[in-house]
Design a protein around this ligand. Structure first.
Ligand code: MF3
Ligand code: CO
Ligand code: CO
Length: 264
């Protein structure tokens, strides 16, 4: 297993790609309203990335081993959809929660980030789930520094999520990122403290916990991409791309309108 350590030029370029990904989410936020379709959100994001940011939407035609090429430029996962939801012509309705996941390629480097959005007024349960997933991501992020481990990240996330009676999806994880969309290491959202690989300054990876209101089980839909909860319970996810530094970490996908980190 080889985890790349980014040099200062890599890091400078990753800062740009990652900020752009966050700025796509800032851009799309006012459009996420009752009545818009996820196809329309996909087209707006696609055009913004290509025409305004001069970058490439990484999901479009992305074809990891065993998958048909992904047909759209963003992922949009609604309610019980866990991740990799393929945009379509269904209108968002009042009370939906939706994750929009954006990956840009700028100057050969990838930036990957996602947020949850409320459509109209969601239920208290839906809001609590989204907030829990957000807090869990940040609890994972806050463990990151040179010398801590991947297990420390997973443990922080899992401990918090399960203390609330929610569950962590096991089949999908965070990932190293750079010139490639998905690099080593795999960043599991569950684990044991002080286990797994020791983090080193210059590593860059995502943290992107998927949190289910019910059981952890998932299944893939017939489109070959969209992942849903097996028990049809709601699911929420947030994602940032993180640089490990000597003293801690830098959240590369922060942007002007990114929600602030939760209070400690
Ligand atoms: N952005 C997703 C992630 O966080 C991956 C999407 S792959 C796609 O890793 F092909 F579905 F776009
Ligand atoms: Co990712
Ligand atoms: Co992503």
């Amino acid at each position: 297993m080889t985890i790349s350590i980014k040099n200062s030029e890599d890091i400078a370029k990753m800062r740009i790609a990652c900020r752009l990904a966050g700025e796509v989410l800032d851009y799309i936020t006012p459009f996420v309203k009752v009545g818009i379709t996820t196809d329309e959100l996909d087209k707006l994001c696609h055009d913004y990335m290509v025409n305004v940011q001069n970058c490439i939407p990484a999901p479009l035609n992305y074809a990891p081993h065993g998958h048909a090429p992904y047909p759209k430029s963003i992922c949009s996962s609604i309610n019980h959809q866990v991740c990799h939801g393929v945009p379509g012509d269904k209108k968002l309705k009042n009370g939906d929660i939706v994750n929009l996941d954006i990956t840009t390629i700028k100057d050969g480097y990838h930036g990957d980030t996602s947020r949850m959005f409320y459509v109209g007024e969601p239920s208290i349960q839906a809001k609590r789930l989204c907030e829990a997933a957000y807090e869990s991501m940040w609890r994972g992020i806050r463990t990151v520094k040179q010398g801590s481990t991947l297990g420390d990240i997973g443990h922080a996330i899992q401990g918090y999520v399960e203390s609330l009676g929610y569950s962590v999806v096991r089949e999908f994880c965070g990932h190293g990122i750079g010139k490639k969309f998905h690099e080593e290491p795999q960043v599991l959202h569950y684990g044991k403290p002080k286990s797994g690989i020791r983090l080193e300054a210059g590593m860059i990876f995502t943290i992107e916990p998927m949190v289910n209101a019910g059981k952890a089980g998932i299944k893939q839909l017939g489109d070959g991409w969209t992942i849903v909860t097996k028990d049809h319970s709601l699911s929420a996810q947030w994602e940032h791309t993180i640089l490990v530094t000597e003293t801690g970490h830098e959240v590369l996908t922060m942007s002007a309108d990114a929600p602030p980190p939760p209070d400690v």
